[in-house]
Design a protein around this ligand. Structure first.
Ligand code: GTP
Ligand code: MG
Length: 276
């Protein structure tokens, strides 16, 4: 296993923890959000979770029946979120998260306040976020924190997929393929940020423990799209698990995955860099 501190935080001297969740669009901004959280409290563990309707309806059960409940839950279903346990009291973290509406003037220096600076100039915040996306969720009491930690960290991990898709765009592959990076806009301008963003997300994959501890079959990696992203992801997973992966491309003539060597992925990355 990697020995980065992200999933191995110490609980020494801390007797309370809270639950935080990075909402789907917030995953693009994880490096910034993580910095804000770390400045206040250590992160004990993270888990990348595929959201089912049942899971998100249980999470937001207190809002069932409200007119925006379906809109709110629809936004999450079928997408990934990052579940996080933070070693601090819920009210401490709620303070840095800010109030529900990102446009609230009191949110100037909060995590939710980031939405305002991230919104493209030619659109309104409401249109951009559909009125519900404030990037992050924080449990609002100790009872809620306990319930949510239990809900998001203790549910069964699905079977390891045959393919792990490392592209941020959808590929046309039927069947047993999982795509945790879809929809995440990676910041390609800074290689350090890019590396830590991808590795944080891959480290939080629900199957990682099983590959490294239980010798479970590891999926073939489907790569494509941005070469720099692929290299970081492939090398990180190799380091993390101590195993080598089969790497595949989607052949668009028949839509089937075809095996490739890491060398040829690297060659493409070099060409990409030279073209920039
Ligand atoms: P969470 O940390 O996500 O629970 O936010 P919160 O505790 O600040 O707000 P609350 O629990 O009241 O609402 C849950 C989520 O529902 C909010 O984060 C918003 O995304 C969404 N929401 C709340 N109020 C409204 C509303 O009036 N309209 C819409 N469309 N969404 C809302
Ligand atoms: Mg709430």
């Amino acid at each position: 296993m990697s020995n980065t501190w992200l999933n191995s935080g110490s609980r020494e001297g801390v007797n309370t923890s809270t639950f935080v969740m990075i909402k789907p669009r917030g995953l693009s901004h994880w490096p910034l959000i993580k910095k804000r959280i770390e400045a206040t409290a250590p992160i004990a563990r993270t888990g990348l979770v595929f959201v089912t309707r049942e899971l998100i309806e249980q999470h937001y059960a207190e809002h069932a029946g409200k007119e925006w409940f379906v809109q709110l839950t629809d936004y999450f279903v079928g997408r990934y979120v990052l579940a996080i346990e933070v070693l601090a009291a819920p009210e401490v973290i709620r303070k840095i998260i800010g109030t529900t509406n990102p446009q609230d003037p009191v949110n100037k220096n909060t995590v939710r306040g980031l939405v305002n600076s991230l919104t493209p100039d030619d659109t309104t915040t409401v249109a951009y976020t559909k009125g519900i996306d404030n990037l992050i969720h924080g449990a609002d009491s100790e009872e809620a924190a306990k319930r949510e930690i239990d809900l998001w960290f203790n549910h069964p991990v699905p079977p390891t997929p045959a393919y792990l898709c490392l592209m941020n765009r959808k590929v046309a592959l039927e069947g047993d393929c999982v795509s945790p990076l879809i929809g995440i806009d990676f910041d390609l301008s800074n290689s350090m940020t890019l590396a830590s963003h991808i590795t944080d997300i891959l480290e939080a994959l629900p199957w990682n423990k099983r590959w490294s501890q239980f010798g479970e079959k590891i999926p073939a990696l489907l790569v494509g799209g941005v070469p720099a992203l692929q290299i970081i992801a492939v090398q990180y997973l190799t380091t993390l698990t101590g195993k080598s992966f089969e790497i595949c491309w989607i052949d668009h003539t028949d839509g089937a995955p075809k095996s490739v060597e890491l060398q040829s992925v690297k060659k493409r990355a070099r060409r990409h860099r030279d073209d920039l």
